[in-house]
Design a protein around this ligand. Structure first.
Ligand code: FE2
Length: 176
């Protein structure tokens, strides 16, 4: 379950988080833990066949999300401290950026931190297993792992071509 960290307060509970994030233009859902894939989720890393097995076991979720949001493709990102070049991978996304397509993540294992600057407010969404988050195109955000350095996240796409970070100068969008 996610936690939202604002300057003055934390927001907990799926409904309160959904309401807060909706006001910011983000879609958030808290899904129950998927069954039938737990042995693989317990592994730190997954090979391509194991990733496909996990994705196949989540096909029902993909079908639901296709109908609701119109996604066309999905893949699985597995990050942990032994991934070669993990710091370089994280360095691409831990600075404020936007995409020209939406960024959609369904966290199925581990945890991480999305940061945002929306409407001049900076806040963090600490995501973990079961959290689904859709960040619209052109939304100022960043992402990093927490101290556990481990996450498995399904990515859903309507269009693969928009998947390049466009960096944003924080001082131009943050209201102090
Ligand atoms: Fe991003």
């Amino acid at each position: 379950m996610a936690v939202v960290i604002r300057k003055q307060e934390s927001i907990e509970g799926a409904e309160a988080i959904r309401t807060f994030l909706q006001e910011k233009g983000l879609d958030y859902e808290s899904f129950s833990t998927p069954e039938g894939i737990s042995p693989l989720l317990g592994q730190k890393g997954l090979n391509d066949a194991e990733k496909e097995e996990v994705l196949s076991s989540l096909e029902y979720r993909f079908e639901d999300l296709k109908k609701k949001y119109g996604y066309k493709a999905r893949d699985l990102v597995v990050l942990h401290d032994e991934v070669p070049g993990i710091d370089e991978v994280l360095a691409k996304f831990d600075k404020l950026h936007i995409h020209t397509d939406e960024e959609v993540r369904y966290i199925i294992d581990g945890s991480g931190i999305f940061g945002f600057i929306i409407g001049g407010e900076k806040f963090e969404v600490h995501v973990s297993k079961g959290d689904f988050l859709s960040i619209p195109a052109n939304t100022n955000h960043w992402f990093t792992l927490d101290e556990k350095k481990r996450i498995k996240a399904v990515r859903y796409f309507k269009d693969n071509s928009g998947w390049v970070p466009v960096y944003v100068d924080e001082s131009k969008v943050l209201v102090h």
